[in-house]
Structures are given as C-alpha cells and as structure tokens.
Design a protein around this ligand. Sequence first.
Ligand code: GLA
Length: 721
Amino acid sequence: MIKYCNECRTFFMDGKDFTYAVRVNSAGYLTRAYYGKKIEHANLSYFNREIVTSFNTGIPGFKKQYATIMQEYSTEYLGDFREPALVPVDERGSRVADLRYAGYYMLPVKPAITGMPTSKGGETLVIRLKDTDTGLAVYLYYTVYEAENIVTRRAVISNGTSGSITLERALSFSEDFYDCDFELMTLWGHHANEKTPEITPLHHGRTTIGNIRGTTSAHHANFTALLRKGTTEEQGEVYSTSLIYSGSHYESVEVDECGRTRVVSGINPESFSWKLASGEEFETPEAVLNYSDEGLGKMTRQYHDFFRANLVNPRWVNERRPVVLNSWEGMHFSFDRDRLFDTIDCLKDSGIELFVLDDGWFGARNNDKAGLGDWVCNETKLPGGLKAIADRCHENGIEFGLWIEPEMVNPDSDLYRAHPDWAIAVPGRDAVPSRNQYVLDFSRKDVVDYIKKAMYDVISTSGASYIKWDMNRPLTENMSYMLPADRQGELQHRYVLGVYELARYLTLEAFPDILFEGCSGGGGRFDGAMLAYFPQIWSSDNTDVDDRTVIQLGTTMVFPMSASSNHVSLSPNIRNGRPSPIATRTNIAYGGTFGYEFDVRKIPESELKGIPAAVEKYHEIDDIVRNGDLYRGTDRTQGNESLISVVSKDKKRAFVVYYQALNPHKMNPVFRIPGLDGKTVYRIKELGLELPGSVLGNLGLGIGRFRNDFGSVLLTLEAVD
Ligand code: GLA
C-alpha cells in the first residue's frame, strides 16, 4: 500500500511487516525518512540527525548541508561526497545535478522497462525530481509487494535540456540508513565455486563489489544484505537488495564520517556511459529491496515467493521438469553417432526422461578451438543429423535436448572468416581470446538478427524439447565496429539488451513450449533477469557434493530452488577427486531441479539400477521444490553439517536433507527440523516415526551413525490426518 501524506510531505509504503517512508525536506530534497519494521504513519520531520560539521558545503537559503541529506537518489559535486547514483555530464562538462522534488503520480500497473525483464506489479508510485538549473529530470519508480515485504525500485533519467548529456553513472537506486550497526553479506565466487556467502563487518569508507566482465559473473552475485549484528537464520533485521540485470554490476556500501550507511547498486559505471540526446530517456534496470525482521531465512523465502510470482516465466514456474542426463561430464567432445546411440539405448527404462547433447555437435567443433558460430550439425560425426539423435531418444521413450552458445564465435569458424567485424574488439588490434573464442557484438541488430535465424533454423528442425544456452567467456575490449567513438561506452549495456532480445525471441516467441536452461560456465549468469527466460540455470560446473552444499546454499539464498539445476555425477568427482556415496550425491541434487551427468560406460551397475527409484522419489517431492518454503538448519560454511527443510505452503508435507561432511568418531548425528507446523503430527516415512512438528523443531531427531564421510539422509514428512 502506498500513501502520500500531504501535510508532512511524506510517501508511506507499507508491506505486511515493514514501512518505507520518503519525505520531501524543507529544502525540497527527497530523503529517506524511515525503512524498517512496520510503524504507524506520523509526521517524521521531528527526527533530526542532520549533523552540521565543518568543511562541508551549505545549501543557499537553507540551514542544511548537502553532506547531511539522506538522499533518495544521490548526486555528487555539490558537497554530498558519498557515492552518487547519478553522474550526468552535459556539453559544458558540468557534472552537477541538484535534484529537487517536482511532484508525483500513481500508475495502476507497473510499466515494463523497454527491452529488459521487469517484475510484474500493480500500483506504482513515480516521483519526479528535477535539476534546479537545467531540464534534467529523474523519475523514481516504487512498487510494493506487501506479502513478500519487498519494494522494487528503478530510475528513468530524462534529458530535458537542449543539448546532449552523457551519463557516466546511472544506478538503479541509492538508499541511506541513519546508522551503521550492520554486517554485510555478499555472495562471491569463481568458476566452479559460485556464490559463497561471506559476512564481513562494515567499516568507515566504501566496500564495493561487482564486476566489469559484461555478465553477472561467477565472481560476485548482484546482491547485498545488511544484517543487524547478531542476525541468524530466524532472528534479526536484514535489508537486502538483488538487481534484475545480467551485465556488469556495481554494489557499494559506504559508511560516512557521521556513521551513516549508504547502499547503491546498478550497472557498473566502470564499463558504462550512455549518451542521451535532447529529449531522450535512459531506463535503469530494476532492483529488489527485501526487508526481513526474522533473519536470513525469511529473507530467502520472500525472494523465492517474489521471483516465482512476478518474474520467472509463468509457462514454466509450476511445470514438472524432466530429469535429464547431460552428455558433458561423461563424454566432453569425444562422441560420434554410435556412442550417442549406445548412451541413449542405455537410458531406456532407466527413469531418466531426457537426454541432452552438450557441446560438440556442430561445425568443426571437435574441441574448444573451432566451430562456434557455425550452427549446422556436423553430419560426418552425426550422420542423419540431430533428427537421428532425437528419433533415437523418442524410440527409447525419452525426450531430446540440445546445447547452444549463441553469443560466441571461434576465430576458426566460417562465421568469423566471413564477418570478422562481428566480434567485440578494438578495430586494428588483435583481440584477446578466452577459451579460444570471441564474443559476438550483440549491440548490433544485424548480428542478433543473424543469430536469431540461425538458432531458429537449428532448433526448429532438431526435435529438441529442451535447450541449454551457455555463455563461456567474459567481455573484454568493449568496442563495437558500429558505434561512434562517443558511444563506445554503451557497448556492454547494449550487448545485454541484445542478449535479452535473443532470449525473448527464442524462449517466449519462437519456442514457448521448449524448456530453456541458462548457463554461463555454470552459474556465471545467474540473476533475476535471466529467470524471465530460463526457469532453471546450471548452478555450477562443480558437481562435487561437498562443494555443492555451499554453491546451492548461496544460489538459493536469493533464487528459487527450482531455478538451481543440480546433477548427480560419478564418484570420485571429476573435478576434485573426492569420493562420495551415491545416496548423498542424489540427496544433495534434490535441493533443486534434478538431473544426471555421467558416462554410461563408467557408472557402476548398482548406481544405474538405483536411478528409477531416485527419479520416482524426486517426482514425489518436486512440487515442493517448485512451490515450497526453504528453511535452513546449520550450513556447511559454519561447520561440518548442512540441513535443508523444504515445507509445502500448507505445511502438510516436507522433505529434509541432512548432510555430514566428515564422519566424527562415536557421534550420532542429531538435528532439528525447522519450518514445520508445531501442532501437526508428521509421519516420517523413512524412520517409521510419527511426531508433532514442535517436537521435531525443538528436540529434533537423532539418527544412526554414518559409515563414511559425506553421509546424508533424506526424510519425507507427511501430516497424519
Ligand atoms: C560450460 C558449461 C558446461 C558445458 C561446457 C561445454 O563449461 O558450464 O556444462 O556445457 O561449457 O563446452
């Protein structure tokens, strides 16, 4: 609910448990008046923490200093001195914008951002700020999601001046807190080790994260959380943000000399500038601001509900997902038609429902040195083409899936030989390869149009009902052959818009009934925007159970469980040599969308035989994976164990995965099960026990010792009528 109090010039935005208030102060600035636990609406102008200090600048005609204003969309160069959200440079070279309140209006439905995924939403507040001296205006958009305790924010920058303006920075939001009594949680990582939660103290000065790789990256999620000190899974205030964007991003948390905290987030200014002609507008990506008064657990559940209801492609959000076998870990590039046929024949009656042919089926792609860009099946390797592989799958009662990497080109490809200027590069300078490939210049419409057609031709004739869209290198050199010098700073953002256009076309327009899985060397482009096209994303190239408990912990900290694609692979793990029992590999993979990735020639007979039962079990619980509430017990970043409890919305069913890394001597695992209804009696199928939720949640369970390291147990719970 959004209300404007005329008398106190304050906008109150209320969710179920929070209030967010912005006030126009006496100098006409839009200021953060309050954000936190729900309060009654009152005139908040009495609250004054505007400390006047020396060596600061004053505001002509007012008693205030710029440096003390709790700016709702910050600018610099007048004396704020903290992180600006906006840096507009006009033709004179001026970087000053003195943004004052200039009115508001309400929209009944949240408008979409042009060319970028936007969450669905209802009533939307738009506040207009205007520069005191020029025609520059900023529109701030706010939408409240009451049940999820979320506010979304974004900005539109409008050039109402008579000349051009170059935006050197146009972030999605800034927000000020009166104090700094927080710790900061981020999700850092790298390839094969994505999204490790890290909690650090705040300090005076700026803590910045983000990246300039052109994608969200495996290195930092576009997420921050301010945790009140002492916050746990169940207690404490958490103010977190998640950016709905898939390119280079920037997050900064700054504590100033007066002990106040500013958070900003948006497109990374280091790899961005945007020239706005007179009369043009720039729309920033949307950011999700999530308030929890009950710790990290509630934050997570609110994100999951929000993304599922408002962003994930509705065609797939509740759809049963097929259990796949992906060819990559099992065969890499070494396959021909006979080997694929042998594999597919082995899958008959195995319980596996779809075979994914990964990299290596097209052009001269016999290793990663050639062929990207030549999207025609290699019929020397695969006589009869993709159709023959798909037919073989269908004869064996399973579906067929295919890997693509549409944004890339190998220099050793017909596409590159024909169009060297289609790659992102500095003209006349040797481009830097990564995995022997270059990035196609998706800022160009002709390039995107060509790839649209190439993809349409191959997918529409392939017989595939699933596509894995990969992206395997960062952007460097950030130049387009097509852009003029003063617009080269636009390359990265234009590239992201090109990716969205291709994704929109393929997933929503051309093939709405094909399930698309996202991937970028694993979870390198895992963000809210991608979910609009890819209801599931390959979380990591690392399938080791112990590493996966942390990768999936970080991934599902923000994103719905069903978005995390998890595969069971062979032991010892191909990446780190760690052995683990098949039961644990299976149980850990149940914490998301479930599948397999192995060489059928190498899997032990006993493991192969167990697959039908494992798949059946998954389908018994997969509706809770898609719709349930995730509760975490202890996790692997804190100790030797991890526990997830996933509970249906009506609290009638649940499943629990308890995992222990090393097997301590003479210790029986004991754990509590969070998230159950206290009064309901649950039958635990695997243990033959019936106990009330309050007992399971407080006393908990003791189970027999594991025989090995990396033991785990899966429990399924059902309410007794
Ligand atoms: C990336 C993906 C893998 C696989 C390979 C193929 O690394 O994450 O799953 O598809 O590319 O080249």
